[in-house]
Design a protein around this ligand. Sequence first.
Ligand SMILES: C[S@@+](CC[C@H](N)C(=O)[O-])C[C@H]1O[C@@H](n2cnc3c(N)ncnc32)[C@H](O)[C@@H]1O
Length: 244
Amino acid sequence: MHDSDTDLIYSQAHKQVKNFTFDAQVVEVFPDMISRSVPGYNTIIDTIGRLSQHFVQENSNIYDLGCSLGAATLAMRKGITASNCKIIGVDNSSDMVKRCKMHVDAFKGNTPVNIIEGNIQDIKIENASMVVLNFTLQFIEKSQRQALLNTIAKGLNPGGLLVLSEKISSDDNVIDDVLIDLHHSFKRDNGYSELEVAQKRSALEKVMLTDSLELHKERLAQAGFGHASLWFQCFNFTSLIAIK
Ligand SMILES: C[S@@+](CC[C@H](N)C(=O)[O-])C[C@H]1O[C@@H](n2cnc3c(N)ncnc32)[C@H](O)[C@@H]1O
């Protein structure tokens, strides 16, 4: 027996595996899916909360870009001690946004939260002290990633922080294969079958395109972040901090 919130989307053979989308079916099982698929997800969310304590400045805006169900937003709302701030969560999946609003409303907090349905590439970033891209940039067209990072850097106040978490690929094929194998064994240990792993991989193949760590760092420097560092890596899952 499984709970209705267990991710079984790829447990049966699909005649044709469609490109992955963040639709209502995914929303139903998203917390289970992400915690069983992304090594270190809970650590990253906790750390985003911790970082918000240090970096969020009074009278500023905080952005959670590709907020899904609001896990990072809620962690920041708990962590923020600065007064008169506002969190803006943005996602272009209407199913996610609907459910996210319910999640956010279910908890109390001092910092107001505004969840917006929209494309993060069209959002004006202004007076920001912290911006989160937690496994979202990988869904943006590669050719448009630099422009988005430039907009974020421009909208951040001096000393402001970007948290950029991404699945990465390695330019070294031998290393890349090892990290992919380790990730797949992590998924199998979390109860996903070979069939589920294979079908999910093919669903994501065209919609989630990964870059190397070196390229991420180059883009951050190019966008004008004076300081950037990897703070988390487990297999091919990483999180970076970049400070303006
Ligand atoms: C892997 S999930 C992010 C997880 C989430 N940040 C968290 O910490 O739980 C990627 C999210 O980005 C959203 N997304 C992808 N492309 C987007 C875009 N161009 N504009 C807004 N949201 C986007 C998807 O709908 C999805 O909810």
